[in-house]
Design a protein around this ligand. Structure first.
Ligand SMILES: *Cc1c(COP(=O)(O)O)cnc(C)c1O
Ligand code: SF4
Length: 375
């Protein structure tokens, strides 16, 4: 057995485990565990510094999870955009492909709380139907392996899936969405990297939420992926009490860049049953973005997005930089709240360009181009 599998085996998962280790009420724990899966592996457990800290809040079951029964279970309407059970096809050219329901740590704020941990629906057929769907849809050029955490699969199983996808000519890129570099970095092994790099272009998006999650182990994991030629991005969820603070977000984003991970998204926490105690007002996210752009390297600035309820997709939210805009000028403010006036270009006339073909088979044509002039 590999080290990561051994660590996984030693995870806290049952009400008894929690009662024993933390002296918490066993019956209360049982009520939560029955409803939503719990798993804290020894590595992630070791990151906790005190009860109720930002690491604890992300992994430790809380009574609040049982207090928002009236909220939707499937806020993003992923189920209705599921042509086959393993696929969510929301955007024109890319799909989310669920390949497992297992995770090495069950985040208490997970949007897919209703699905994770339940492996009853995952079978070889479930996966094969997904591959078949992608094969039959030539518009799909980007496949995002998701779950659960795809790296819960063995290298063997993962390679089978990736290999099958690579045999489909229209699949240009394969992305893997995995929390492993953060929650169980021991999963990133030399063997895994050597396998993945046979199937380039492969991208990985990982999921760090707090600077304390960046450790020598997670640094090593991200650098191994980068050394295998895999661009690594990061998706953060904005969480009350965990990272709803511009200072910690700045720290997190800078530290990610330093371990060669490019911040990609900050998600507004979704409206999900069992996870609403993590939601923050949107102005908290806007305030954070205001303290990122201009203040730290542009490379460290992700997009802040709201995944629109009902399946509208991700919509970016920006602080208000445009103060006024008319046909002559735009009035802007910068990250220091200084005001600038920028004279706009004017639409003047239509210019006709005669296009001379380079070969005799190409038709002669006239291209119309708008000419933009600055006064
Ligand atoms: C987030 C998401 C994607 C990928 O979106 P990008 O903006 O391309 O990263 C694709 N499909 C679904 C259903 C998603 O939720
Ligand atoms: S790792 Fe991802 S899918 Fe798994 S519980 Fe956490 S957020 Fe949900």
């Amino acid at each position: 057995m590999e080290l990561w599998q051994e660590l996984l085996r030693k995870s806290l998962e049952t009400a008894e485990d929690f009662a024993e280790v933390f002296g918490v009420d066993k019956d209360l724990m049982r009520r939560i565990v029955e409803k939503y899966p719990v798993r804290i592996n020894p590595y992630y457990l070791s990151l906790i510094r005190y009860k109720g800290d930002p690491i604890w809040l992300q992994c430790f079951p809380d009574i609040k999870e049982l207090e928002d029964e009236d909220m939707p279970e499937d806020p993003l309407d992923e189920d209705s955009m599921s042509p086959v059970p393993s696929i969510t096809h929301r955007y024109p050219d890319r799909v989310l492909f669920l390949v497992t329901s297992q995770c090495s740590m069950y985040c208490r704020f997970c949007t897919r709380k209703r699905k994770v941990g339940d492996s009853s629906k995952i079978s070889m057929k479930f996966i094969q139907d997904g591959i078949e769907y992608i094969r039959n849809h030539p518009e799909v050029r980007d496949v995002i392996l998701s779950g659960g955490d795809p790296l819960m699969l063995t290298d063997y199983m993962l390679e089978k899936i990736i290999k099958a996808l690579r045999e489909i000519p229209h699949v240009e890129i394969i992305r893997i969405g995995t929390k492993m570099p953060c929650v169980l970095p021991q999963r990133i092994t030399g063997n895994l990297c050597n396998m993945l790099k046979k199937y380039h272009p492969i991208y990985v998006n990982t999921h760090f939420n707090h600077p304390w999650e960046i450790t020598p182990e997670s640094k090593r994991a991200c650098e191994m992926l980068a050394d295998a030629g895999i661009p690594v991005g990061n998706q953060t969820v904005l969480l009350r009490g965990v990272n709803d603070d511009p200072y910690f977000m700045q720290e997190l984003m800078k530290k990610l860049l330093a371990i060669r991970v490019r911040p990609y998204y900050i998600y507004q926490a979704d409206i999900t049953r069992g996870a609403n105690h993590f939601r923050t007002p949107i102005k908290v996210g806007i305030e954070i973005m205001d303290k990122l752009r201009g203040h730290i390297s542009g490379l460290a600035v992700p997009y802040y997005v709201i995944d629109a309820p009902g399946g509208g997709g991700k919509i970016p939210i920006l602080p208000q930089y445009v103060i006024a805009h008319n046909e002559n000028e735009i009035i802007l403010r910068n990250f220091r709240y200084e005001i600038y006036i920028y004279p706009d270009a004017k639409e003047e006339e239509i210019e006709e360009i005669k296009y001379e073909p380079k070969s005799t088979t190409e038709p002669r044509k006239i291209i119309e181009r708008k000419k933009w002039l600055v006064e």
